[in-house]
Design a protein around this ligand. Structure first.
Ligand SMILES: Cc1cc2nc3c(=O)[nH]c(=O)nc-3n(C[C@H](O)[C@H](O)[C@H](O)COP(=O)(O)O)c2cc1C
Length: 360
């Protein structure tokens, strides 16, 4: 059933945050994001993966026990091709979320992204809320900054500081023009970012990931990023958490959120555009993946691994065990799909029959 968008003022605490982007404003924004992301109405109206169907293989000719989900990523081996996508940090609640995510990532053997570290760079007392390496010594940890910050005083030094803060295996630079444009306090000077991304890719000691946050990367944008040497792209397409809706709710301007709610490329469309660019880069499929079956479809559409954010948020507010359960469920669903397709390795899913059904 489609979500009914909230009416203006309906979401407790989501009133306009017209304050300038001071550190206090940043802290409030991060708290708003957690609260709003948990609201079902901030999600896409329907699954972008539901229209895609695998061709069932009644004679799979494999032993389910032969399925091997292990996947190399950033010099380590994941137990399954899953990244808990970058979400939060900077508040007590965020610290709890990050701790539980880290414990679960370590236990389940999946990668973990932390939320934007800008706040912790500007107020070092916040850094503790991001520091989870001790809890997750063996899995890839990914730092996070907004690429647009390169036009607001940030450079290589801040990237290095973000990496050092959490002993990261990679740094994700997020692209979020729609989110910034809807925020009253948004930072919208996105000019000349590509050369700045190029120099960080060249000089930073760890690999750079460039990710969208929910509107998808197109082939044209992906090409420009690969051309400057970005080794890892994360689609984060339309289909999951809607930053248009979240920022519109914060700004008490819900109509603008609805107008732009499906702006961009859906995750399947984005994957179909990006994979043919090259077999030589790591492609993370994310945005609206809500099950291991969705993960199987993203892998079949060309992703090397998948990212999931919002579904882990409520679990992480609860406990590390709840996050592990959710990961385990995802693993089980992915494995069932692979068994009924007769494939034992995630990369073999690209050979599975997957077609789009426009009518049920
Ligand atoms: C509460 C919340 C906070 C987020 N904060 C960040 C962030 O700081 N940096 C970033 O790159 N992406 C951020 N994201 C975006 C996610 O990493 C992901 O790209 C996006 O939510 C799509 O995945 P989903 O549909 O599974 O939620 C955030 C997502 C959520 C739900």
């Amino acid at each position: 059933m489609p979500n009914t968008p909230p009416r203006s003022g309906e979401i407790a605490g989501a009133e306009a945050t017209a304050a300038s982007d001071t550190l206090d404003g940043l802290v409030d924004r991060k708290a708003d994001h957690i609260r709003l992301a948990l609201d079902r109405r901030m999600q896409a109206d329907q699954s972008v993966f539901a229209a895609w169907r695998f061709g069932h293989v009644a004679l799979p000719e494999i032993d389910r026990d032969a399925i091997d989900l292990r996947t190399p990523f950033l010099g380590r081996t994941l137990e399954l091709p899953l990244l808990i996508s970058c979400m939060t940090g900077g508040t007590d609640l965020a610290a709890r979320v990050n701790r539980n995510l880290a414990l679960a990532a370590q236990r389940a053997g999946v990668a973990l992204g932390l939320g934007s570290q800008r706040k912790a760079l500007e107020d070092p007392s916040q850094a503790e809320t991001f520091k989870v390496r001790e809890l997750a010594p063996d899995v890839p940890l990914i730092g996070n900054l907004g690429a647009v910050q390169f036009n607001y005083g940030y450079g290589l030094e801040e990237c290095r500081a973000a990496v050092d803060m959490i002993d990261a295996d990679a740094l994700a630079l997020h692209l979020n023009p729609l989110q910034e444009a809807i925020q009253p306090e948004g930072q919208c000077d996105f000019s000349e970012l590509l050369p700045r991304i190029r120099s960080v890719v060249q000089d930073l000691e760890v690999p750079v990931i460039v990710k969208e946050v929910g509107s998808g990367l197109s082939a044209a944008t992906g090409r420009r990023l690969l051309d400057v040497g970005v080794p890892i792209l994360d689609t984060a397409g339309v289909g999951g958490t809607s930053w248009a809706r979240i920022e519109a709710a914060r700004a008490s301007d819900l109509p603008i959120g609805e107008l732009f709610a499906d702006w961009g490329l859906s995750t399947p469309e984005s994957l179909l555009q990006l994979r043919p660019l090259s077999s030589d880069f790591t492609l993370i499929g994310s945005g609206g993946l809500r099950s291991g079956l969705d993960a199987a479809k993203a892998l079949a559409l060309g992703a090397d691994l998948v990212g999931i954010a919002q579904p882990f948020l409520a679990a992480a507010l609860d406990s590390a065990e709840a996050v592990v359960d959710r990961i385990e469920r995802t693993r089980q669903e992915l494995e069932i799909a692979m068994f009924c397709l007769g494939v034992t390795r995630p990369t073999d899913l690209r050979r599975a029959e997957l077609s789009r059904r426009d009518t049920p």
